[in-house]
Design a protein around this ligand. Structure first.
Ligand code: NAG
Ligand code: NAG
Ligand code: NAG
Ligand code: ZN
Length: 420
């Protein structure tokens, strides 16, 4: 080999090395608190925090923590929760217990406590744990020490300022986005839960600094009843709420194609500096409360696509009521965020029997619901949404505020406790 070609080869290798460095794995933080899985909404209630124990066991048995920064987070404080929620509602959450709930009946209807949102023992502590984790995720993203922050216990998108709704008491997503807005000019919220992301949409309905995009089942009746394609925001926020209403039985290929088309246009037009992705797993086929036909790869493909833009990302859980599939889905999505391939054979965990009979990460989807989304309907939805997105004339700009002191403290590493 001639000297010149050796030089060329070395240069080629050097370029190659730089190339690989630039494509090194994203820095992913994982927020975790084993306590959160021990709360019970009630025996028959479909929301099972236990799904988080299943997820964490799978993530651990697959060996994913070696690629992750795993954090234990402190609980959210009352003050932090009041950044979004009304003071009287927070006071109610603090005081109410299964024993005094009858005496507090007057406040009951006002705060919408009932069958969907029962008062269970330790309920407010449960809220503080998951909200604390989402806040920590937001702050860590702000610190620049992570590209992606995952907290599967968060994503409770229905809670309102003064009202519990749809199994959600405290809206950790709104709290996390409020943190991000201190530093990020524009935050994009994306929601692939089967239910409309109404609590987040409502919180930011009047601002152009947060764009909310929700893909959900809509027929005017399905919970929570909102999410019509014509709900687009108001005032300064006009056109900055996007709704993609779908019918029963949507399949992998059409959902993923629609998701990509709409996300591409959203990101191009809105130019977000941070993204919060709610990965509700009740949009999977065979969900106890859902009615779509997505399999775990398709759900995960939406996560992969969102990550591919390289924008700082917070990934949260949400709904998901067939818990063996929820835990498989969120484990797979953890691996997608890490660019790590997992074998389809599930590793043994103490919960192995949950995954019978197939014991696979990607079970073959059994029992499909007839797809009621025909091509004409889907074309109509995509045309309307793309038109709306085109009407946004360039990304809105904002003045940056000073970094507030509590975030400063966080940047100095005083709040987080690193586990391993
Ligand atoms: C998210 O945070 C909560 C609270 O710290 C924790 O219980 C949960 O396990 C976390 N989930 C993940 C996947 O880290
Ligand atoms: C999931 O859906 C995709 C797209 O339709 C398909 O290619 C894949 O085989 C499915 N996976 C399973 C396990 O059925
Ligand atoms: C959920 O689990 C069941 C049983 O393991 C399986 O038949 C079904 O296809 C799973 N759903 C998805 C979306 O993988
Ligand atoms: Zn849901």
């Amino acid at each position: 080999m001639s000297f010149t070609s050796l030089l060329l080869l070395r240069e080629f290798l050097a370029i190659f090395e730089i190339g690989t460095a630039a494509h090194s794995q994203p820095r992913v933080s994982y927020f975790f608190d084993e306590q959160v899985a021990n709360y019970h909404y009630g025996e028959k209630h479909p929301m099972k925090p236990h799904r988080l124990a299943l997820t964490n066991h799978l993530v651990t048995s697959y060996g994913l923590p070696q690629y992750l920064d795993v954090f234990h987070t402190r609980w959210a404080t009352d003050d932090e929760i009041r950044e979004f929620h009304a003071a009287d509602y927070v006071e109610f959450l603090q005081r109410v217990t299964p024993d005094n709930v009858a005496q507090l009946t007057k406040t009951f209807s006002q705060f919408n406590i009932g069958d969907d949102c029962p008062i269970f023992s330790g309920m407010y502590d449960f809220c503080k744990i998951y909200a604390g984790a989402s806040l920590a995720a937001a702050r860590r993203l702000l610190s620049g020490d992570a590209d992606i922050c995952i907290n599967w216990s968060g994503g409770l998108h229905h809670a309102k300022k003064s009202e519990a709704s749809g199994f959600c008491y405290v809206n950790d997503i709104v709290l996390a986005i409020l943190q991000l807005l201190r530093v990020h000019p524009r935050v994009l919220y994306v929601d692939i839960d089967i239910h409309h992301g109404d609590g987040v949409q409502e919180a930011f309905y009047h601002t152009d600094r947060v764009m909310t995009v929700s893909f959900h089942k809509y027929d005017g009746e399905f919970f929570p009843g909102t999410g019509h394609i014509d709900e687009r925001g108001n005032g300064m926020g006009k056109q900055f709420a996007v709704n993609v209403p779908l019918k029963d039985g949507i399949d992998d290929a059409t959902y993923v194609a629609l998701f990509k088309q709409i996300m591409r246009a959203t990101i191009a037009n809105f130019d977000p500096s941070a993204i919060v992705l709610q990965c509700g797993a009740d949009s999977l086929g065979c969900d106890r409360l859902g009615c779509f036909n997505l399999n775990i790869s398709a759900h995960g493909e939406c996560v992969r696509f969102t990550k591919s833009f390289g924008i700082p990302l917070i990934v949260l859980g949400g709904g998901g009521y067939t818990i063996r599939n929820v835990s498989r889905c969120w484990t797979y999505e953890t691996s997608v965020l890490l660019d790590v391939d997992l074998p389809n054979e599930l590793p043994p965990t103490v919960y192995h029997e949950f995954f019978a009979p197939d014991y696979q990460l990607h079970p073959v989807l059994s029992g499909r619901i007839p797809n009621q989304n025909n091509a004409a309907y889907l074309n109509d939805v995509s045309r309307t949404v793309l038109e709306q997105l085109r009407s946004i004339q360039g990304a809105p700009s904002v003045q940056m505020q000073e970094i507030p002191p509590d975030i400063q403290q966080f940047l100095e590493g005083k709040i987080l406790v690193k586990l391993f």
